[in-house]
Design a protein around this ligand. Structure first.
Ligand code: 0X9
Ligand code: ZN
Length: 403
């Protein structure tokens, strides 16, 4: 009885206190001096994943070998802290965030409620064999499930990065919103005239791994077993366009590992095959967290995209959306150089107007990758108008210049 009481009390205590993020022993939370994008790119080129940018420094999660590299590169470390983070509201969060099975259940329920205009299809399998689910909304569905629709199309994606769980919730809620409001005149006009795809969980293995114990693991990559015994490729460095030209790492143990070759991963292959097979896709939005940013190409170069008209379209669209969600619109490389990401590939090889949204919070102090379930509704509401706008613009993105 004593023992049982003991366990019970421990259980209660651990619920009240919350759970720790498990990366404490592996990753240090480090502040590094950096005044501009060039210095930030030097840090990224050392294989270090920047989490937060301030005016004269950045914050990053750094492992022991890369901490040494910083010294060798003469990059000044201003502070170096234990990365354990205590989370206070796990029961709440646990209830609201969706794991792989829960996501699939939600998508199935939604599809069954609206079988006339929606379908659910697997576009491939993850490296551990999980299906990668795409939710399709099209009022002329039957003919188009495995090939392109005649209507202009858009694809919304989430959860390329495992620990960015909020980036799954927003596209899921977006699918639910569209179907629950299908009778609304604005929504119904859009549903009638667009081909809509939602792929909320591009990296299910990584996301499941991140939550597989009672501690978040701060995991980013997929779960590819690498030759040197480490795991994972950064899926947002594995796309082919200008792959491996900066802002990614050849070291499999880095969080920014770009993979053995472009599209080495089944997850990125699935996205590539899916997008390439649908030339009607005009706009792409990939949700990440965090920092509250709207990013557009280029990511791999500080130069603006050469096509001036397209450049204006990107700027117009990003600025317009920023008015609604309050995020900062900028070319992705203003942050730091990244090569092999989704949107550079989509625009660079297929001319698709692609955006990366870095969702809330703005600062790591507000929870970083683990902001708690309390933020979900607010973040969805903030991004509803941008999602609708992109759906509208998918008809003809160049209309952004007139509106
Ligand atoms: O580094 C990334 O893959 C994205 N940020 S995240 O914190 N979600 O990992 C940003 C990709 C956008 N591209 C550039 N910043 N160049
Ligand atoms: Zn990300």
């Amino acid at each position: 009885m004593n023992t049982r009481l003991g366990i019970g009390l421990l259980g209660i205590l651990s619920i009240q206190v919350g759970i720790a993020i498990a990366s404490a022993s592996e990753l240090r939370w480090v502040e590094i001096e950096a005044f501009n994008k060039e210095q930030r790119t030097a840090i990224v080129n050392a294989g270090i994943d920047i989490e937060e940018i301030r005016s004269s420094s950045v914050w990053a999660l750094v492992d022991a070998p890369r901490l040494k590299t910083l010294d060798q590169l003469n990059l000044k470390v201003l502070g170096n802290y234990d990365s354990s983070v205590w989370i206070n509201d796990f029961p709440d969060r646990d209830a609201r965030f969706h794991n792989y099975t829960e996501l699939l259940t939600e998508l199935r329920v939604l599809q069954r409620k609206h079988p006339d205009i929606s379908s659910l299809m697997s576009i491939g399998k993850s490296i551990e064999g999980r299906d990668l689910w795409a939710f399709h909304i099209n009022t002329a569905l039957v003919a188009h499930e495995r090939s392109a629709s005649g209507k202009p199309g858009i694809v919304y994606m989430g959860n390329h990065h495992a620990r960015e769980h909020l980036s799954l919730e927003i596209p899921l809620m977006w699918a639910q919103y569209l179907l629950e409001n299908r009778k609304d005149s604005r929504v119904s006009a859009l549903l009638n005239s667009r081909d809509i795809w939602i792929i909320p969980m591009v990296n299910p293995d990584g996301a499941e791994y991140d939550i597989a114990s009672n501690r978040y693991k701060m995991w980013r990559k997929n779960r590819r077993p690498n030759a040197n015994g480490t795991y994972g490729v950064d899926l947002n460095r594995n796309y082919s366009f200008m792959w491996g030209t900066g802002g990614s790492s050849t070291d499999p143990s880095s969080d920014l590992y770009m993979g053995a070759k472009p599209f080495s991963e089944p997850e990125t292959q699935a996205i590539r095959n899916f997008v390439q097979a649908r030339p009607n896709l005009k706009v792409l939005l990939t949700f990440h967290t965090f920092s509250e940013l709207i990013l557009y190409p280029w990511g791999h170069s500080y130069d603006g995209i050469p096509n001036q008209k397209d450049k204006q379209v990107f700027e117009q669209m990003a600025q317009k959306m920023a008015k609604w969600n309050g995020y900062t619109p900028e070319p992705a490389s203003d942050l730091y150089i990244v090569s092999g990401d989704t949107v550079d590939w989509a625009y660079g090889t297929l001319g698709i107007f692609g955006f990366t949204f870095e969702l809330s919070p703005r600062w790591s102090g507000d929870g970083g990758f683990y902001p708690g379930a309390g933020v979900i509704d607010r973040v969805f509401q903030a991004n509803l108008e941008p999602c609708l706008y992109l759906l509208e613009m998918a008809g003809d993105p160049y209309r952004a210049l007139e509106l």
